[in-house]
Structure formats: C-alpha cells, structure tokens
Design a protein around this ligand. Structure first.
Ligand code: HC0
Length: 594
C-alpha cells in the first residue's frame, strides 16, 4: 500500500510501514544508531533519525507512514533538533524510553552454571563506549532466544562493570551464563562497545618468526564477505583467491589450506555416520563399542560451536543425537598437526595452526580440550573475518586489489582442493545439501534428484526448513535402505533451533518415531555467512547477498560433490583408509558430554 504524503515540500507516494525504511526506499538517507532492520522493537532511543512530522519531532524508526503526513527531513530545524538529540549524554539517558533507569547489562546465570568449560572470555564489552541502545539485549533475547544478557533497571552502575569484561551487577562471568559466544550481540552493536577477544597478537608474533610454519585455513563464508571490509557492497565480490594471496604477503613460511576441503571430508564421515545410524534403527541393533558412535536419530550436525554449546546448556538429553564428527575447522587443524606436519618432518609443536572464521564461537571451540591430540591443540588461533581484515590493513594489503590469477593466489595442495558442496557449508542449509548430494548418490548410484544438483527446499532464509528424499532402486550394498524416505530439517538461529529441539524431545518423550533422520543446525541467523565475526553492518538483506555469491560460486565450480573430490580420495587411500575407520576415529571424531 502506498500513501500520498509531502516530503520536504514535494508531493510523493510513500510505501507503508516504518517511516525510516519507507524514506530509505525513496532515497532519503537518515542517520540512525539504535535501530536495526532485523530486530523488532529496536529504535526510538537515540533520536538520531528524528524528522519533523506535521510540526512535531518524531523518530523515523518508530513512526509509521499514514496518509497526508507532512514530513520534513532536512530543514535547519530538523538538523538542529537532531544535533541536540545526538549531543545529549552519550548514553542518551534523558531521551530514552526507559527514562533515567540505570540500564546496564545484567547477566542471567545459566541453569547448568559452570559445567561448560568456563575458561577465558570471547565477548568483551567496553562500557565507556556503550550508548545503551539495547540492540545487543534484543538480539540475544529476541532473535537468538538465549537471553544471557538483559537490562537491569534497578541498582547497579557502570562502575561495577570491568572495562574489559562483560559482567553482571553481581559479577557473573559470561561463560557461566546461557551465553554461547555466538557474537551476534557484537554484530548489532553500533558503537563498538562489544567486540570479540582478539587473537591478532598471537598471529602477528607467529608471522614475525620465519622458522615456524604457519598454516592458515579459511572458512567457506569468509570469502563472500571480506570485500565488505574494503569498501565493496555486499554480494559485489567474492575474494576466494585474493584472500589466499593476501595471506602469503603477511610473512614467510605461510601455507594456506581451505576449510572447504575439510568440509568435504566432514560430509564423507557424517554421511557414513548417518547411514550407519539409520541401519541400526532399522535393524534394532544397538551400539557395538563403548561410545563409538551413537544410534540415536535424528543425527544432528555438530560443526557450529555456538549450537553445540546451546545443546550442552539447554538440551542435554539430545547430546546422543549430535554427530560425532568434529567440525571442518577441527578436522583441518587435526590433519595439519598430525598428518601434514609429520609427513613434512615438522614437529607438530612448531606448527602454528590459524583459522580465519566468520565466527566468534570458533575461538571457544579452539580452546576446548576435545580438540587436541596429546595436549597439542588442533587450532592455535582463530581470527574473525573482521580481525583478518584488520591484519591486512596493518600490512597495507587490500585484497580487492590483488591479482586472483597469480600463483600466490592458489591454495596449497592437497588441502586446498575443494568442491562446491564444501563451499555451501557457509550458508544455512548448505551442510544438508552437501550431505544429500553425497548420501543419495552413494546409495543409489544416481545424482540427487534436484535440477542442477541445487537442493532448493533446504535453501533460503526461512527459519526452519524441512524436506524428504525417497531412496529407490538402491544398490545391493544398501538394500536395507530401499524405499526409505529420508526426512531432513534445517534450522538457523537459536530460536529456530530451539523449536526443532523441542519437537525432537517431545517425540522422544512420547516414544514416537523421530520426526527426522538428519537435522542441520547453524547457530547464527543465515548460517555462517551471518556469523558474529563477519563485517559490520550486517542484516538479513546483506546475508542474502552473501548467500547469492556462495551459490553462484558453487554453480560455477567444476567439482560440486564432496565424494568426487580427488584430494579426499587420496587422503583415504594414503592415510585414513575408510570412513569412520580407526584413523578417522582417532583424529576426526569426538563426543560431547558437558
Ligand atoms: Fe562455518 Fe563450518 S560452515 S561452521 O559456519 O561445518 O565458522 O563458514 O568454517 O568448521 O566448513 C563457520 C563457515 C565453517 C566449520 C565449515 C562447518
């Protein structure tokens, strides 16, 4: 619906809805701080977007368009009112909807306090930068449904907050709350008061030492967002090869691996794990070894560390459903230290394993004891996409200007060879699509029955997606699967994940058959391309642009199925021997017990 109105003296037709977004659609740019397009009920605090409507000052972010409005967005009056609003105490206390209530971040203690590896802090708050816009609280509670942080309206002062940690008025450390380190609060913080704990010092020091091999791996979602840090529009440029070339300019003895390669490896292991679980459910057979793998269905993906923490803290009963596969980041790290280093005669202790990830929780994952061999961690330092961009800037390297055809831009072999299936892990539904491309073909000998291998039902930004694929004319080895309709579901963002978990829990509780065979969950809305470590600003519209880049790159790749990756085949031939075999069990699988 459109409404006739006057904007700055001109008669125009304005789309219905929020005045701020309707004016934006008309090309009128307004400043804003405390409003975010993904967060319902945001805005109205800072008044930076104030306009005059029918003679009265109104924030455009909380005012709705109606017929006949007379709107002034740029007169001297508006400018002076806006300046006055923004000059108020930076915390905007006298102007906020909450009046002068002392709002600080207060933390809700976790129901399983202290049980999940409380270590260091991954999300850091600088109170002096906080403008109390409340977006972080809304994101945590409203979008993620976690509610680890909240407003404290009575008592407490900023002085009680340490300068470098997020703490409650009663001093509760963040690791002992429901926080899963997703970093979504950081993504919406307009002032930089929230940020990830930096690993840049570790990386810089390693780069200064040419004697130590540095192995850098890049997650799927980093390449489709990095250019935004260098002035490109979302979706404008993918930097797959340029980010590799840039890494080689940071120091000597740098080797570059692709997390997409180990995503392909994850698919092989995870698809086999799934088929084994289905086989056991059909035959009634129980597990064959103590905690080797679980028999529970649905199998749920385990590669998103914020999601794994969420299960540990909220759905302990579903831990047997979580895949035993380590994440692709950890598989790459384990292979780096325990296979690649040894093969090259290097002491694993000397290798610095660095991961560039779109994710804040990956920092936490790297610190978990499950992800080490004989006390040697698989991954030593995790940089977010933002930190990697900062590192490049301090080296005066602009990756958008590098030559993607140069030799420097090639990943090292063999861990740089990857399929499009590995790449689409970065988008919600991508792990499921990659798994279906492989599992269906392995079992039937035919490609998955979707046009051009694009498994459309699991793509897109719908919160929960479900699909079913019937297995028919299966090969002899998989006879027990004949006629089975494999049911799958995908959730992204923890509010959506919670809905799926409750559905599965309810079926368990009533002794009903599991509603699905395989479930993909990614902690962050949109999947990893919307990770807490990605460039800011971010919104669902920006994530859609990043997703388009991922799917376009997948479509253009000659190799689009994990099981056809020649480097994966070689790794099984030379080292792992078989999926879910002894070597895989030692290096690539784990269990979570919280
Ligand atoms: Fe992801 Fe991953 S897809 S979690 O989002 O599985 O961070 O991009 O790297 O590990 O591959 C993040 C992204 C990864 C891992 C992969 C998975």
């Amino acid at each position: 619906k459109v409404f006739p109105v006057r904007v700055n003296g001109e008669a125009v037709r304005l789309g219905g809805g929020l005045l701020l977004t309707s004016l934006q659609a008309l090309g009128v740019r307004l400043p804003f701080i405390c409003w975010h397009p993904d967060i319902i009920d945001s805005g109205g605090r800072c008044r930076a977007c104030s306009v005059v409507v029918d003679g009265k000052m109104k924030p455009a972010c909380t005012t709705y368009v109606r017929e006949g409005m007379i709107i002034d967005t740029k007169s001297e009056l508006v400018r002076s009112l806006r300046e006055a609003a923004m000059a108020v105490d930076p915390k905007f206390k006298s102007e906020t909807r909450l009046g002068s209530a002392a709002e600080i971040l207060a933390l809700r203690p976790s129901s399983k306090e202290g049980t999940v590896h409380p270590r260091t802090r991954y999300v850091i708050r600088q109170p002096e930068l906080c403008n109390h816009c409340n977006l972080c609280v809304q994101m945590c509670r409203g979008v993620q449904g976690v509610a680890a942080i909240g407003e404290l309206r009575d008592g407490g002062t900023d002085a009680e907050l340490s300068a470098t940690e997020v703490k409650g008025f009663h001093g509760t450390p963040l690791p002992q709350t429901e926080c899963v380190n997703c970093g979504q609060c950081i993504n919406v913080c307009p002032t930089g008061a929230l940020r990830e704990a930096s690993a840049l010092d570790v990386v810089r020091e390693a780069m200064r030492d040419p004697t130590r091999p540095k192995v850098i791996q890049f997650a799927p979602a980093v390449r489709v967002a990095l250019a935004e840090e260098f002035g490109k529009a979302p979706g404008e440029q993918s930097l797959t090869r340029e980010m590799v070339a840039a890494a080689r300019l940071l120091g000597d003895n740098v080797h570059v691996f692709d997390t997409n390669f180990s995503a392909d490896l994850t698919i092989i292991e995870e698809a086999n794990e799934l088929l084994e679980r289905i086989r056991r459910s059909l035959t009634g057979e129980k597990r064959y070894g103590p905690d080797d793998i679980h028999e529970a269905l649905p199998q749920i993906t385990s590669c998103s560390p914020g999601w794994v923490t969420f299960v540990e803290k909220n759905f302990h009963d579903l831990l047997p459903n979580v895949s035993s596969c380590k994440s692709p980041m950890q598989m790459a790290g384990a292979l780096t230290k325990q296979y690649w280093a040894r093969k090259h005669g290097v002491d694993p202790n000397d290798v610095v394993s660095i991961a560039v990830m779109p994710c804040v929780a990956k920092k936490y994952e790297a610190d978990r004891p499950e992800f080490s061999t004989d006390g040697i961690p698989h991954v030593d330092a995790v940089l977010t996409t933002r930190e990697y961009a900062e590192l490049l800037r301090t080296h005066d390297v602009d990756p958008t200007a590098l030559d993607p055809t140069s030799k420097l831009a090639e990943f090292d072999r063999p861990f740089g060879i990857a399929s499009g299936a590995g790449l689409i892990f970065g988008a919600t539904g991508g792990v499921m699509e990659a798994a279906l491309r492989t599992a269906y073909e392995v079992v039937t000998g035919r490609p998955v029955p979707f046009a051009k291998l694009d498994v459309q039902p699991v793509r897109g930004m719908q919160g929960v997606k479900a699909a079913a694929v019937k297995l028919e004319n299966v090969s002899r080895e998989w006879k027990f699967l004949e006629g089975v309709e494999v049911k799958v579901a995908v959730a992204h963002g923890l509010s959506n994940a919670r809905k799926l978990c409750e559905e599965i829990r309810l079926a368990n509780h009533h002794g009903l058959p599991p509603p699905y065979h395989f479930v993909e969950v990614m902690c962050c809305p949109g999947g990893c391309l919307g990770g807490g470590g990605q460039p800011k600003p971010t919104s669902m519209d920006i994530k859609k642009e990043r997703a388009k880049l991922i799917y376009k790159e997948d479509r253009d790749l000659p190799l689009r199925k994990s099981h056809e990756n020649p480097a994966i085949k070689e790794l099984y031939r030379d080292f792992l021997h078989e999926p879910m075999g002894h070597a895989s069990h030692e290096l690539l699988h784990t269990t979570y017990s919280a």
